[in-house]
Structure formats: C-alpha cells, structure tokens
Design a protein around this ligand. Structure first.
Ligand code: NAP
Length: 248
C-alpha cells in the first residue's frame, strides 16, 4: 500500500520503519521539513517529504501528532484522496496537552478527532507505550504476543487498521466502533499495559465509564513528580508498572 505518516516522533517513527520494512511504499513528514526527519526513521525505505505532500496519492494516512495539533492540520488533510483510510494514534492528556475547550471528558477522543478533520478515523497504536512498541514486536503466532485494540466505525477501515497493526508486530484486536474506543483511552485497564489478546479482551470489557480520566491524571501527576514535567519519560518500565497498578 501507499502510506503516509504525519508525525515521526516516538510512535510515528516506529510505524514508518515497520511498515516500510514490511514492503509498503511509505513517506513521512513532520512540521519542520524533510531535512529534519531523523535518518533512523528512513533506514528501512521510507522517504521524507513535506507535510503538504505526505497526504497526496496515498491509500492510508497515519496521523501521529499531539492531539491538540490535529485541528490545525485540517487544511492539509483536505488534500487527502477521498477513499484514503486515516489512522489516528492520539491520546488526550490535559496535563500535557492543555485543556481543550472543545473536548470535554465525556467525549470519545477519536470521535472528536473525526469531527475536527471531517473524516472517519481508525484509532490504532494509541494503547502501547513507545518503548514497548519499539522493542516488543513479535511475529504472529508467538506465545504471549502483545495485542493492541483497533476501533473504527467503518468495518473495511477497521480491517485495514488491524492488518497494519499486525504488520508492525502486534496482534490487531477488533475493538468495535469508535463510540466504544473510550475503553482504550488513557486510564483504562486496556491502556498501555502490554496485554495478550485474552487479557486485552477482558480489560476492554472491564472498563468503567467515567473512571479513566481520574486515573489518567493520577498517573500523570506521579510522572511529573518523578521527572519534573509531563513530557519527559521516567527510566525503564516505570510507566508500564504504574499503568498496571493504577488502571485495573
Ligand atoms: N509516546 C507514547 O508512548 C505514545 C503512545 C501511544 C500513543 N501516543 C500518541 O501518539 C501521538 C504522537 O505521540 P509521540 O509521543 O510520537 O509524539 P512526539 O514524539 O512528540 O512526536 C510528534 C511528532 O508530530 C510532529 N508534529 C507535531 N505537530 C505537527 C504538525 N502540525 N504537522 C506535522 N507534524 C507535526 C512532530 O514534528 P516536529 O518535531 O517537526 O514538530 C513530531 O514528529 C500523540 O497523540 C500521543 O498521545 C504516544
């Protein structure tokens, strides 16, 4: 497939490397220009282009930028082919992203994203920590392979998302329509806990409406206390252990 990846940070870089290694025709972009894309992102065949070019003539666009910047890219996304599938990796952390007036805690994040850009989206790769995503990929059939939820309203789009998650080394789990994707948002049992497929199925079912935002903010408060700011990461698997402790 012809795939664009907008945003080549912690998550987008790994998406681009894995999908180009899998044989897809991948182009990537960030906000600052192709010359600033790290060489490591391109080492399996992806090419760097400008943000306004990454949307042209693609079958799939992966949007992997901080959530609060998504409304601002609508003019770029308006140039995407109408039939292209949009995959969204984003999560909302008010302590990091700032309070977004248009997005209240009751609204499902990816439904808000879809409204902002005026297109259907697939929520994928949002529920894996970047370190796990980078290092814990495994071929299909590997015992205890990590599974990641994929939600979308359009079944064909969801199937594309599931297939691409599989190609990045994780089991793509059908998490149903976007309205249910609150079950994979920050603070839920399914969120960034490195779960197997069976564990993920239970975790999605165990999510309790309204509980996640408090737990998400509690986890972020701990991270800020440890690191001094909401964008730095503590060492080793601290966040993974914290999530498993707080989110169940
Ligand atoms: N980090 C994680 O563990 C993790 C896990 C799952 C999901 N997520 C979610 O995935 C999304 C990306 O997270 P991340 O940690 O990969 O972010 P990140 O490391 O901060 O990287 C963000 C990327 O987005 C680009 N970008 C920002 N604004 C842009 C714009 N207006 N146009 C084009 N590119 C733009 C940045 O490019 P420039 O540097 O050139 O501005 C950068 O390449 C977030 O919504 C996050 O919540 C993160």
């Amino acid at each position: 497939m012809k795939i664009g990846v907008l945003g080549v940070g912690n998550i987008g870089a790994t998406v681009a490397r894995r999908l180009s290694a899998a044989g897809h025709d991948v182009k990537v972009a960030n906000s600052r220009g192709p010359e600033t894309v790290p060489a490591a992102v391109l080492e399996t065949g992806a090419r760097a282009v400008r943000a306004d070019e990454v949307v042209l003539d693609v079958d799939v666009l992966v949007v992997s930028i901080p959530l609060q910047h998504v409304p601002g890219i609508k003019p770029v996304l308006d140039r995407l082919p109408a039939e292209a599938v949009v995959l969204d990796t984003s999560n909302y952390y008010p302590m990091r992203d700032g309070n977004i007036a248009a997005l209240d805690e009751g609204q499902v994040e990816s439904e808000w994203i879809s409204e902002q850009i005026g297109r259907p989206v697939v929520k994928a790769w949002n529920a894996v920590l970047s370190d796990s995503f980078d290092t814990k990929d495994a071929p299909a059939g590997t015992p205890d392979r990590i599974a990641l939820p994929v939600a979308a309203d359009d079944e064909a789009h969801r199937a594309v998302g599931i297939g691409l998650v599989e190609e990045t080394g994780f089991t793509g789990y059908d998490a149903g329509p976007l309205a249910e994707s609150w079950r994979q948002q920050p603070g839920t049992p399914a969120y960034c806990a490195d779960l197997t497929e069976d564990q993920l199925r239970s975790a999605l079912a165990d999510a309790v409406v309204g509980r996640a935002p408090k737990r998400r903010d509690l986890a972020m408060s701990v991270i800020v206390e440890v690191t001094g700011d909401p964008t730095s990461k503590p060492v080793d698997d601290f966040i993974l252990r914290l999530n498993r402790l707080l989110y169940f």
